[in-house]
Design a protein around this ligand. Structure first.
Ligand SMILES: Nc1ncnc2c1ncn2[C@@H]1O[C@H](COP(=O)(O)OP(=O)(O)O)[C@@H](O)[C@H]1O
Ligand SMILES: [Mg+2]
Length: 266
């Protein structure tokens, strides 16, 4: 067995269950992400992709299973031989080690771009303001927005706003970045600039989980691809094999449909 497989994964999800009423959105999901790995999550609408990343980020409670970040149990603690929910402050402490990028960028409209990026590092992580500003400007430069530091979100295109949201997530030096369809609300001509920034992060060694419909990104940038349907992981394979030799009928059909959709797009 290689050293890589015996190392503690950055993220590990075991038998995760989550229901909304009678409906099992996650029906026993197992999933792991190693250091510096980029994992794409694909699947039809309603298959549980958003629920999975929202559970990992503790925006949703879970009904069963367990999740670990660097080996630390998320959301719960062992106490006198029992498992009990963590206090809110401890949950927030765990959440700070993850960065989340949403389909809707969720920037604060009344703040400048710079403040959107520096706020959490200063108020939550206790970074001195001058240092937070320096790092934010470096990150804005990296996402191609050095000249927009003093702009407000409404003055930016959707692609630019999403790049700010990514800079904001990276500014907190997360252990893992979670993306939920980061380009799905963008006009087609703005998708490329956001994917370019994500590819740059992936190349720099950032550990990333990316829910996406962008097949070229999944194929070209992800190390592994996970296919979900009806709250279950159907296939979890190295990206090349995933696309070149899908095993399940469902993934084959999904890839055929997705490729057709891409080639028929305007
Ligand atoms: N807050 C919610 N309340 C009720 N049902 C929900 C909620 N969030 C998700 N669901 C349901 O859970 C299933 C999985 O949803 P979701 O994780 O959003 O799928 P995906 O992101 O793959 O499109 C869907 O059937 C959806 O309708
Ligand atoms: Mg979703």
């Amino acid at each position: 067995m290689s050293a890589e497989r015996t190392a503690i994964p950055v993220l590990e999800v075991v038998g995760l269950k989550k229901s909304f009423g009678e409906h099992a959105a996650l029906d026993g999901v197992d999933f792991r992400v190693e250091d510096s790995e980029v994992v794409a999550i694909l699947g039809p609408s309603g298959s549980g992709k958003s629920t999975l990343v929202r559970c990992i980020d503790q925006l949703e409670s879970i009904d069963g299973g367990a999740m670990y970040l660097d080996g630390e149990l998320l959301g719960y603690e062992r106490h006198n031989g029992h498992i009990r929910p963590l206090r809110d402050s401890d949950i927030q402490r765990q959440r700070r080690r993850m960065g989340m990028v949403f389909q809707q960028f969720n920037l604060f409209p009344h703040w400048t771009v710079l403040r959107n990026v520096t706020e959490a590092p200063i108020t939550v992580h206790g970074i001195p303001p001058a240092e937070a500003k320096k790092r934010a400007l470096e990150l804005l430069d990296r996402v191609g927005l050095a000249d927009k530091a003093d702009a407000h979100p409404r003055q930016l295109s959707g692609g630019q706003q999403q790049r700010v949201a990514i800079a904001r997530a990276v500014a907190a030096r997360p252990r893992v970045l979670l993306f939920d369809e980061p380009t799905s609300s963008l006009d087609p001509e703005l998708v490329g600039e956001v994917l370019h920034v994500m590819k740059d992060l992936a190349t720099s060694g950032m550990t990333m989980v990316v829910v996406t419909h962008e097949m070229d990104f999944a194929r070209g940038v992800a190390d592994r691809c996970v296919f979900m349907a009806e709250g279950k992981v159907i296939e979890d394979r190295p990206a090349q094999e995933f696309f070149a030799a899908p095993r399940s009928t469902r993934l084959k059909a999904f890839l055929t449909r997705s490729t057709q959709a891409e080639t028929s797009a305007p």
